[in-house]
Design a binder for this molecule. Sequence first.
Ligand SMILES: Nc1ncnc2c1ncn2[C@@H]1O[C@H](COP(=O)(O)OP(=O)(O)OP(=O)(O)O)[C@@H](O)[C@H]1O
Ligand code: SF4
Ligand SMILES: [Mg+2]
Length: 424
Amino acid sequence: MPEIILPKASEIGRSTTSEVILSAKDLVKHYPIKTGILRRTTGHVKAVDGVSFDLHKGETLGIVGESGCGKSTLGRLLVRLEAPTDGSVEFEGADMAKASGRELRALRRNIQIVFQDPYTSLNPRMTVGDIVGEPLDIHPDVTPKGGRRKRVQELLDLVGLNPEHINRYPHQFSGGQRQRIGIARGIALDPKVLICDEPVSALDVSVQAQVVNLMEKLQDELGLAYVFIAHDLSVVRHISDRVGVMYLGKLAELGEEDEVYDRPTHPYTQALLSAVPVPDPTLRGKREHIVLQGDVPSPANPPAGCRFHTRCWKAQERCRTDVPELILRPDGRGEHFSACHYAEPRAVVDTVDVTDVEPDERFADTDVRDPATIAAVEGQPGMDGPVQDAEGLVEETPEQRAADMSSLTMHDEGHPGKVEDPRP
Ligand SMILES: Nc1ncnc2c1ncn2[C@@H]1O[C@H](COP(=O)(O)OP(=O)(O)OP(=O)(O)O)[C@@H](O)[C@H]1O
Ligand code: SF4
Ligand SMILES: [Mg+2]
């Protein structure tokens, strides 16, 4: 067996090719568990527990993993919505924790986030213009004086919405359109990095495809780098250049999209991939389905050694005590990062890279509308602009709008509305 030279912890998961724009170094986030009347800290939820990776200019890094493995927490740490318990995030080489004042504002401007649920992440009482324009108010130096409305309309146009709908409220848009509003807000400050936390998970499959296509278009036009967090492995494969697989707060595997999907070396990745539904009926029943034993352990008390050893069919004595490092390990063709002492490639699924299939049912440009419908809808009064993917988009009378707004105010007590920015 060849000797494996372990890199320093801060070098784990990093690569030296192309320009690095964002760098996570040994990121840790532990949430205290407080109990009793005195609210004593009796333990910690280890949501993120030592994650390192580089994000390159213009690339998409997908992050996948089961619910509760720490994906969203990682996303919030990257935009510094939360401070890490340990470790650091560097943007273009500058440590965000050490920046203050104007420098920190400039850094934050460059890393924006889009949230999962287009129904709760937009404030129902704000117009689309105010939602998309809010970041411009916080950073007035970005837009020339008096240019706010024009910029907001440009942004709406860029994400495929009618700029004339600037005064509408979120409830007047469909789910896909709302997510477009969230994306317009995310790119308002012309960031270099967009963290996307399950941006399409709440949408129907056809609308998912539209939003994914839009994100790819924006990436090409604006040179954005994405961290794309999702649990749908097919969507992640489609959009990502590289993919990281998380398990209980740590990265289990990290590599190019085809390395991770075609030659996974970590048993957890292999199990995850074996559960992906196969669209081709002739393949059903032929591929292996790895059923994992037991539940995901609590992140408050993760297993010692390899965190996956309580569910791993390959676990040996060593796995109970020695933490496997995320290092380059052979994958049958080359090597990529894997955190398993006994890493070996296993092609679990006859996965089809959806990017190579033409035409692809799932990701084809579904924005194409029936010309007869367009003619009919555009002929209606008040619909003089281009029509969008407008399921549920109905012109309201001023009376209806007033009634809607008063019912909103009456019934949405406790609505999460705008996501508060807890940053100082
Ligand atoms: N503010 C918080 N306080 C305490 N625990 C938290 C907090 N935020 C997240 N956690 C815990 O941290 C762990 C990771 O949560 P996180 O939301 O990052 O997971 P996730 O991978 O995004 O899950 P999902 O796929 O369901 O969105 C969970 O056990 C969660 O309960
Ligand atoms: S290190 Fe051991 S327990 Fe962990 S994934 Fe590899 S074989 Fe399984
Ligand atoms: Mg999440």
